[in-house]
Design a protein around this ligand. Structure first.
Ligand code: NAD
Ligand code: UDP
Length: 301
């Protein structure tokens, strides 16, 4: 597992190791933390930047290495482009040499600021190639193309998961994404910062549901294609801020800040394809997932 010391990766390591698998977690700790995987039986940590060549013996490859939060990938723009290009090729080569099946973690950002709603896998997207999000969006689009080229040339057996906004324990409080920002601000009694007018939408998937989707996709017969994985329940960001304020019983005021350039106005996955293919759909209600997440952030503050 590359990126195994990160938020989603560490939950995936835990799940796979818990089922008796030996997991090798390959991570350079740029946005992840070693403590996320320390102490999990059957998980071996290897500090390694996947943009440099590496060798690991394995039967399956989950490729999650990449900064993922808009704040992280803006700070690490060049590194993000490299991990999505050179890094993905090194990981594909690792899969090829081991004759291992690979799942590549792609993203809803391949759809950019979408003009089709909800987003279906056949939509090609609306991405600004020179905007502040382009280092991430274009790296992820290139990575998909590289995976498909390896698949077409029968060099590797790869499936693509287009992950939509996922949240839960082990997100970094300072990663800048909306869940840690709002929960951290609400718990500290600081103003809750809604960007723009808060009418933009996102659909939030709890991490255990996301992990289940990734494991099921890896163990399915599908390859050389992309599947949306996320929760289709859509919320405006303003309503989300109000919900977190209420759930944390916070006195924080909600304040409005400028909307970052190219921030997608709407996002909601169409999950018809993944539902039909592998019978997956999310189970965890937003309030239930947020309750667990808030508890975890409380311990961190
Ligand atoms: P994260 O930042 O917590 O995890 C990413 C991990 O990759 C970190 O541990 C980081 O140290 C590691 N990494 C980065 N560059 C590396 C490199 N060059 N070599 C080795 N390791 C490297 O982020 P996350 O939210 O857990 O995201 C995991 C994956 O899922 C990413 O590929 C991301 O693009 C994708 N994804 C996540 C979301 C989400 O909502 N969380 C949505 C869409 C896609
Ligand atoms: N957002 C916000 N306040 C914050 C952080 C984020 O209003 O403090 C908004 C952001 O503008 C976006 C949404 O919340 O519309 C989700 O942002 P996030 O960074 O979590 O991920 P994205 O889906 O944009 O990649």
């Amino acid at each position: 597992m590359t990126g195994g010391a990160g938020f989603i990766g560490s939950h995936l390591c835990e799940r796979l190791a818990g089922e008796g698998n030996k997991v090798i977690c390959v991570d350079n700790l740029s946005t992840g933390r070693k403590e996320n995987v320390e102490g999990i039986a059957n998980v071996e940590f290897v500090k390694q930047d996947v943009t440099k060549q590496f060798e690991v013996k394995c039967e399956q490859v989950y490729n999650l290495a990449s900064p993922a939060s808009p704040v992280d990938y803006r700070n690490l723009s060049v590194e993000t482009l490299l991990v999505g290009s050179v890094g993905v090729q090194n990981v594909l080569e690792c899969a090829r040499k081991n004759n291992a099946r690979m799942l590549h973690a792609s993203t809803s950002e391949v759809y950019g600021d979408p003009q089709v709603h909800p987003q279906v896998e056949t939509y090609f997207g609306n991405v600004n190639p020179i905007g502040p999000r382009s280092c991430y969006d274009e790296a992820k689009r290139y990575a998909e193309a590289l995976c498909i080229a390896y698949h077409s040339k029968k060099l590797a057996n790869v499936v693509l998961a287009r992950i939509f906004n996922t949240y839960g324990p082990r997100m970094r409080l300072d990663d800048g994404r909306v869940v840690p920002n709002f929960v951290g601000q609400a718990l500290r009694g600081e103003p809750i910062t809604v960007y723009g007018d808060g009418k933009q939408t996102r659909s939030f998937c709890f991490v255990s549901d996301q992990v289940e989707a990734l494991v099921k996709l890896m163990n399915s017969k599908f390859s050389g294609e992309a599947f949306n994985s996320g929760n289709p329940e859509e919320h405006t960001i303003l309503e989300f801020a109000q919900r977190i304020k209420q759930m944390t019983k916070s006195e924080s005021e909600i304040v409005f800040k400028p909307l970052p350039q190219d921030d997608p106005k709407k996002r909601k996955p169409d999950i018809t394809k993944i539902k039909k293919a592998i019978g997956w759909q999310p189970k965890v209600e937003l309030d239930e997932g947020l309750k667990k997440t808030i508890e975890w952030f409380k311990q961190k503050i």
